[in-house]
Design a protein around this ligand. Structure first.
Ligand SMILES: Nc1ncnc2c1ncn2[C@@H]1O[C@H](COP(=O)(O)OP(=O)(O)OP(=O)(O)O)[C@@H](O)[C@H]1O
Length: 331
């Protein structure tokens, strides 16, 4: 449904000297450098998939999404969304995609939210039954009525984002691009947006591409993950596969005996491992996977302690991503 084939986007940026004179000379300068925001990205997202497109600030996510939504033309390579090249066929493409861009609004700035929806209904020629069904769903989950007749420009960020997410879905698009869709929302509304996106995906098979720094959004919505770093995709797969790239694993256990003695013994016996006391009085062992297998660590614990309970928690997704962003892991 969404295909990126070796997508590249370069920007020509004027070289700027220091200080005010530097800024002024930029106006006349012929010195430019090329910024490679997206450096040959390829991926395929099948219909009905909910994919996360994640990466550090400046990694090239928004630029990729701008090419996929037709706002920008690639320097080279090709994008296909539901069979169309978005930047060549912007109007046809707009009919079957929905977009939320944190900073850009698809609503009419000087009009109240209900007016924007009436206009969108006309533009997309949305059948009555579809419009009514969707507006009822948005009301139930996002309480759009509460936004009243305030012009969009006077809404808070969170209020506007509720309307933006609804507007992106009002015409039953085949594909929805969500760039930071829960920014500014409180916990209850974040949850509502996640439910809405999951609902339309389950009911209508809507393909979702989500860009977010909010790990809660990613784990609650996405079944696939693409991680981009310095303009290139460095990981693709399921969330589980992403977590398996962690270079440390953890085991948390309870035992009959003193925790501080256990901690000392573990640090001595398992080279490179750390052991800490958890808030609820259990011992957490973190070990490098390059040095120890789970079997060896479990064997050590069972040999040395009278273990009464033991769990192996999933690696922390933020820790895994920090490592990838820092350039120490490319999968
Ligand atoms: N119009 C532009 N002109 C020049 N450089 C640009 C332009 N747009 C983006 N860039 C540069 O391209 C790189 C990628 O930017 P992009 O906005 O795609 O990153 P991002 O991954 O979406 O970041 P964030 O998480 O901060 O939103 C950055 O170095 C940015 O400065």
């Amino acid at each position: 449904m969404i295909v990126a084939e070796n997508l590249v986007k370069e920007f020509k940026v004027a070289e700027r000297g220091p200080g005010l004179m530097g800024s002024l000379s930029t106006l006349f300068s012929r010195e430019h450098r090329l910024v490679r925001a997206v450096a040959g990205v390829s991926f395929e997202i099948p219909a009905g998939t909910k994919a996360a497109y994640i990466g550090a600030n400046g990694a090239g996510k928004s630029t990729t999404v701008k090419m996929l939504t037709g706002i920008m033309t690639p320097t080279s390579g090709r994008a296909l969304v539901a069979g169309l090249e978005p930047y060549r066929e912007r109007r046809r493409n707009a009919a079957h995609i929905g977009v939320v861009f944190g900073q850009r609004s698809q609503l009419w700035w000087d009009l109240p939210v209900p007016d924007s929806f009436r206009i969108l209904r006309r533009i997309h020629e949305i059948p009555d039954a579809v419009y009514r069904r969707n507006m009822a769903l948005f009301q139930e989950l996002l309480d759009l009525d509460a936004l009243g007749n305030t012009p969009v420009r006077q809404l808070s960020l969170g209020q506007r984002m509720r309307a933006e997410v609804a507007a992106s879905l009002v015409h039953d698009p085949k594909v929805v691009f969500l760039d930071e869709p829960t920014v500014g929302l409180d916990l209850v509304l974040k949850e509502a947006v996640r439910r809405l996106v999951n609902h339309v995906n389950a009911e209508l098979g809507t393909t979702v591409l989500l860009t977010s720094h909010d790990m809660g959004d990613i784990t609650a919505i996405c079944d696939r993950v693409l991680v981009v770093n310095h303009g290139e995709v460095v990981h693709r797969g399921t969330m589980h596969e992403l977590l398996r790239t962690a270079d440390t694993r953890a085991v948390v256990f309870e035992h009959h005996g003193a925790a501080d003695e256990a901690i000392g013994l573990i640090v001595k016996g398992l080279d490179g491992a750390s052991a800490t006391l958890t808030e609820d009085g259990r011992v957490k062992v973190e070990y490098p996977v390059a040095r120890w297998t789970a079997r060896q660590v479990m064997g050590f614990l069972l040999d040395h302690f009278d273990v009464t309970d033991c769990v192996a928690p999933e690696p922390d997704v933020e820790m895994v991503l920090r490592r990838i962003y820092a350039g120490r892991a490319a999968v």
